[in-house]
Write a protein that binds this ligand. Structure first.
Ligand SMILES: Nc1ncnc2c1ncn2[C@@H]1O[C@H](COP(=O)(O)OP(=O)(O)OP(=O)(O)O)[C@@H](O)[C@H]1O
Ligand SMILES: [Mg+2]
Length: 271
């Protein structure tokens, strides 16, 4: 049994998870929630997908159950299984079944990583039936009010190898999240790391230059998350260039000529 699924599920956080909207995603999500529509969040790593779902669960007052997907994830990891105990056999709900019964928001992170035969269990939940059939018990669980399915994935990553079937994709309202505009991203970096405005703007301007290298061989570009990490290191007393080498340059590339180009951009930004 995949324990990570159960260990990483979480209930609704009590404090508001701070989220800075880029457009109308908050109201679009609210409409989807109120109408029982499933949502697909698309966007690069570290652009705010998880934070957005946490914020929306808090805002809508729903519990949030998060399931990180991977290629070993079986349908029974989502739905549940019989456990053999000293006093007999008992059924234990999986995280998806719990979410369906509790009326929670169920968030499947990196859904393209899951096998297609696993993803298919979502189908009856995402159309007019709104039910989860549990073959092993013969039960058909109708989704409690408030239940909503949300999935996310990074469209750039392993796109050629993995994709969702059209019959799955067409069950979701898709929202494209991306790195925010420079002004918004600086506010996010400032809020999350605690650095001064000028440094937050400098980190965002560095990110803008590095992101332009995507067409020149840089496979992964820096996320907002990396900029926050660099800012956080500076507040620990690490000089800004060193913080950028460690938190931005090294995580992005192992290739010496690319590393040298990235370091030059850091040195050019923070002279
Ligand atoms: N719009 C935003 N408002 C507030 N914080 C944000 C926003 N975008 C990004 N962040 C910050 O960036 C961090 C990374 O975002 P998050 O973990 O939500 O990314 P993700 O898209 O889920 O990435 P991954 O695909 O790797 O899971 C967050 O912890 C948060 O600090
Ligand atoms: Mg995430």
């Amino acid at each position: 049994m995949d324990q990570s699924v159960h260990d990483l599920t979480a209930n609704q956080p009590r404090d508001e998870p701070w989220y800075r909207p880029a457009g109308n995603e908050v109201s679009l999500f609210e409409h989807c929630h109120n109408r029982g529509l499933a949502v697909m969040l698309k966007g690069p790593t570290g652009c705010g997908k998880t934070r957005f779902v946490e914020h929306m669960a808090w805002r809508l007052g729903r519990p949030l159950i998060t399931i990180p997907c991977h290629d070993d994830l079986a349908a029974s990891d989502l739905i549940g299984r019989y456990l053999i105990r000293h006093d007999g056999t008992v059924w234990q709900d999986g995280p998806l079944t719990r979410a369906v019964r509790e009326g929670a928001i169920c968030y499947l992170d990196e859904v393209v990583e899951a096998r297609q035969d696993t993803v298919v269990v979502l189908h009856a939940l995402t159309d007019y039936r709104r039910t989860l059939p549990i073959d092993k018990t013969g039960e058909s669980v109708r989704a409690a009010p408030g239940f909503q399915l949300v999935v996310s994935y990074n469209p750039g990553y392993q796109r050629m190898l993995k994709d969702l079937k059209p019959s799955t994709r067409q069950r979701f309202v898709a929202m494209d999240l991306d790195f925010p505009a420079a002004e918004h991203e600086a506010l996010i970096v400032q809020h999350e790391s605690g650095v001064e405005t000028a440094l937050a703007k400098g980190l965002v301007s560095l990110a803008g230059r590095i992101r332009q290298l995507r067409d020149r061989g840089l496979a992964e570009v820096p996320s907002t998350r990396l900029l926050i990490a660099a800012g956080t290191l500076t507040l620990c007393g690490i000089p800004v260039r060193e913080a950028c080498y460690a938190a931005i340059v090294s995580p992005l590339s192992d290739e010496p000529s690319m590393v040298s180009t990235l370091r030059d951009l850091v040195d050019g930004t923070f002279v």
